[in-house]
Design a protein around this ligand. Structure first.
Ligand SMILES: Nc1ncnc2c1ncn2[C@@H]1O[C@H](COP(=O)(O)OP(=O)(O)OP(=O)(O)O)[C@@H](O)[C@H]1O
Ligand SMILES: [Mg+2]
Length: 431
């Protein structure tokens, strides 16, 4: 066994399934391999065809396995926010003696306690996010490890989602032969990757424009406060182009990626291209302005929907403005259009790691960062231990195949009589 820590995230998106394997050395992340394949069986972030989804996951995993020469089994699954809600929760742990030094295990226990709460029967908890710890009533503590006290309290919030949706997602992962080590709500991961501490503190809207939907997540006072989704994404733009250009979906997707522009004022009427007409062998000529007209109309509609929803939520002041991410942000002009409609600062968030410098990877990378941070606080290891497979020359996961978070060996004995939230959750679904 070697010392490297490996993490693998799985994002089952509407347009593509993304598997990312990375190495973490002292909180510094390096990408080792990526598997990205077109999705089948997902619509607006939800599974509509289980078998097709499982096949897509398998293909993405196999692609990543070929890149890294390793067998992938243990993954951190990112869960779309389409049906997510957020609610506050807290918990108190009485420590055994006056001068007890707080350990990761105590933190794990108090966080566990915050998840024992009555929730609607159709909902399931995804994550508990601590906002602050209190040790003997001293508040605003971010990491109480090593402090001494009699009472350890935590205040934070839970993210919940539809039990059915989560069940189907985890079932697809299991059917693809994978083991779920942890689950992370997409905005928590994306927010960790895309936003600065200042933006999160003062107020910012993170806008993830994916293939099937757009998720807007509001952060202020340091944390995710609210999230909502709009069923418009890049696939709708492709459909618009297919109709507008009288061509196939596949051809429209190619045109969008090659010549697409979201801001008519900056598109060029000198960029011409020929498009095959659907059902015939004829071609038609179009220029970039004509395509930009269609793309701008759809994205403008999306930004107006966002503006209306923010007004309905009474969100008037966003000092951090709008941070845009997701595959559609690859389109030139999208920031200018967003700025014109939303009348606030806009910037794009793209992961700054070799091999994944594309906005569609923000969620995948952020998921690993978020899971790593939470696991570290609780003394849990989510890393995939690896050892060289001498016969094949491959590197193969030797991770325990049980679908539970793996505690550090020092705490292994306590592990089985105090099941983690993840174990409870997976036990509920799969026992
Ligand atoms: N260069 C590009 N130009 C225009 N659009 C692009 C480009 N690259 C990707 N896209 C679009 O981005 C969308 C996919 O983005 P992303 O991978 O973030 O979505 P997803 O995670 O699969 O979907 P969702 O989050 O909605 O479930 C597709 O509609 C795709 O056409
Ligand atoms: Mg996505």
């Amino acid at each position: 066994m070697n010392n490297q820590e490996y993490y693998i995230s799985l994002d089952i998106g509407t347009s593509s399934v993304k598997v990312i394997l990375c190495e973490m050395v002292q909180d510094s992340l390096t990408i080792i391999g990526v598997g990205n394949v077109r999705s089948q069986g997902i619509k607006k972030g939800l599974i509509v065809d289980m078998e097709a989804t499982v096949q897509s996951i398998r293909k993405a995993v196999e692609k990543a396995e070929r890149v890294v020469g390793a067998t992938i089994r243990d993954v951190i699954v990112t869960i779309p926010a389409t049906q997510a809600t957020i609610q506050p929760s807290d918990s108190l742990l009485l420590l055994p003696e006056q001068n007890h030094e707080i350990t990761s295990e105590d933190i794990g226990k108090v966080i566990e306690g915050a998840q024992i709460i009555s929730i609607p029967p159709e909902k399931e908890i995804i994550n508990f996010v601590p906002e602050q710890f209190l040790v003997d009533e001293i508040d605003e503590i971010l990491d109480p490890r090593g402090m001494t006290g009699k009472r350890l309290e935590v205040e934070g919030f839970l993210t919940l989602t539809s039990k059915t949706m989560l069940h189907n997602m985890l079932r697809a992962v299991e059917k693809a032969g994978l083991n779920t080590l942890d689950i992370v709500l997409q905005p928590l991961g994306a927010g960790m990757m895309a936003l600065s501490d200042d933006e999160r503190e003062h107020g910012v809207a993170l806008v993830d424009i994916g293939g099937g939907s757009t998720t807007v997540s509001l952060f202020y006072r340091g944390h995710l406060q609210h999230t909502f989704s709009i069923p418009i994404g890049g696939e709708r733009i492709t459909s618009d182009l297919a109709i507008g250009l009288s061509t196939s979906q596949d051809e429209a997707e190619l045109i969008k990626r090659k010549y697409g522009h979201a801001f008519v004022d900056d598109a060029s009427d000198e960029v011409y291209f020929s498009v095959p007409k659907v059902g015939s062998d004829q071609h038609q000529q179009f220029n970039q302005v004509e395509v930009a007209d269609m793309i701008e109309a759809r994205l403008e509609e999306l930004f107006y929907f966002i503006q209306d929803e923010l007004a309905r939520l009474n969100v008037r002041d966003l000092p951090g403005g709008f941070v845009l991410t997701g595959g559609v942000v690859n389109l030139p002009g999208v920031l200018d259009l967003a700025q014109e409609v939303l009348k606030n600062r806009t910037r794009a968030a793209v992961p700054d790691y070799l091999g994944v410098r594309e906005p569609e990877y923000t969620t995948s990378i952020g998921t690993i960062l978020f899971a790593h941070q939470m696991a570290k606080l609780q003394g849990i290891s989510l890393t995939v231990n690896t050892s060289p497979n001498s016969e094949s020359g491959e590197v193969k996961s030797n991770k325990n195949t049980k679908p539970v978070k793996q505690k550090n060996t020092m705490q292994d004995e306590e592990k089985d009589d105090k099941p983690s939230a993840m174990k409870r959750l997976l036990g509920y679904f799969f026992d």
